[in-house]
Design a protein around this ligand. Structure first.
Ligand SMILES: Nc1ncnc2c1ncn2[C@@H]1O[C@H](COP(=O)(O)OP(=O)(O)OP(=O)(O)O)[C@@H](O)[C@H]1O
Ligand SMILES: [Mg+2]
Length: 366
């Protein structure tokens, strides 16, 4: 049961609709544009919620997605039609984050969610049975245990599927009827569940995962795909890390100074250079490590560095606090990646005079 008072301060991670309830309320109050059936906000207001902005009353809406506004417009417009939305991209490009905020803004809940894994069953997409009731009374509507997708259909809300391509292909096919017929037959009862207006689906999938199940073309056709790119410029990526780290620092009440812009710039520069295989000035090639170095990892490196600085340092994020996090993120394969990292330190980091403290800290911890 949700206790709105208690959850505010004690819940480790609040859903977007709770964490940003005030913003959503303000947007709702100011929104005079037409809303699609059963939507809480107009498409315009949903995009303002995602991209941030100032309302006429002066109320500030914080940006959630930092990037191309057009992508969010396409995503929101898709959800207002009968096509479902597939957010595709490399790891850490905010697919899950955007999916959560879209669902929260459009229908007030981001919790109607199915996590895709190799073990996701048809039952968890469609419905199961309450066996005690089934045995006692036989098949009845009461004995049907609806999946989050079916609940979204009944309530006319947005359902979310995380990591769609990890679900085995045969199981994925369950979505075809749901998305094309907008109904789900329950043969045992000779009935069907019809989706209420407002129902739609947001799926996320990673286009880097190996060993995943391709989407069948029949299913692909039911989705409009929006590809979320890695941040185009270093400035954009720094802005993302800065705003997320500030939010994390507040959430965990980390008693440290906000990190200096130069520290964040350094982490982001290192990640981008290793990810792209070339230095920022485009002059030298660098070897790429085996793992992914996404914005999400940069956020977590700076976040854990801050915790180190706060609890074991002097409260100021230093190179020393960042080094272990960065090398941990880079070195996923203990042999190959260690070589890549050492080479990067010696050929790139060492040459930058303003990075001396970082070079020293990295050498000391090696
Ligand atoms: N463009 C962006 N704007 C705002 N936040 C971003 C952006 N890119 C990444 N982030 C942040 O990165 C973090 C990770 O994002 P998220 O978990 O949504 O990634 P994902 O694409 O779902 O990755 P995965 O494929 O690993 O599931 C989030 O905290 C999110 O705020
Ligand atoms: Mg994700």
């Amino acid at each position: 049961m949700s206790q709105t008072n208690g959850t505010k301060t004690t819940q480790l991670r609040r859903a977007a609709e709770d964490a940003f309830a005030e913003e959503l309320e303000a947007l709702r109050g100011a929104d005079d544009r037409p809303r699609p059936p059963n939507w809480l906000l107009s498409p315009q207001a949903v995009v303002t919620y995602l991209m941030g902005g100032r309302l006429e009353s002066g109320f500030e809406v914080t940006p959630k997605y930092i990037g191309d506004r057009r992508l969010m417009e396409v995503a929101v417009a898709t959800l207002a039609t009968d096509r479902a939305l597939l957010l595709l991209g490399t790891p850490g490009t905010a697919k899950s984050w955007v999916s959560e905020h879209l669902a929260a803004a459009i229908c007030g809940t981001s919790r109607l969610i199915v996590q895709g894994t190799a073990g996701t069953s048809e039952e968890s997409i469609r419905y199961g049975w309450n066996y005690a009731l089934l045995l006692a009374k036989g098949p009845s509507r009461e004995a049907v245990v609806a999946s989050p997708i079916v609940r979204a259909m009944e309530e006319g809300r947005i359902a979310r599927v995380e990591e769609l391509t990890r679900i085995p292909s045969e199981t994925q096919d369950s979505f075809i009827t749901i998305l094309s017929e907008k109904t789900l037959p329950i043969p045992e009862l000779n009935e069907e569940i019809a989706a209420a207006r407002g129902f739609n689906l947001i799926a996320t999938a990673n286009n880097r995962d190996r060993g995943v199940n391709e989407l069948s073309s029949a299913l692909k056709r039911r989705f409009n795909t929006v590809v979320l790119p890695s941040p185009a410029t270093i400035e954009a990526e720094i802005a993302i890390v800065e705003s997320r780290v500030a939010a994390l620092g507040r959430a965990f009440e980390i008693p440290a100074e906000p990190p200096g812009a130069d520290q964040i710039r350094r982490v982001v520069t290192i990640f981008r250079e290793l990810r792209e295989g070339v230095t920022a000035d485009g002059k030298s090639k660098v070897k790429q490590p085996s793992g992914t170095l996404s914005t999400a990892e940069a956020i977590s490196v700076v976040g854990s560095g801050l915790a180190l600085a706060a609890h074991f340092g002097n409260g100021h994020l230093s190179a020393h606090d960042l080094v272990s996090g960065i090398s941990g993120a880079v070195i996923k394969d203990p042999v190959q990646d260690a070589i890549v990292w050492r080479e990067y330190l010696e050929t790139v980091v060492k040459e930058r005079s303003e990075w001396k403290d970082f070079y020293r800290a990295a050498r000391e911890s090696a």
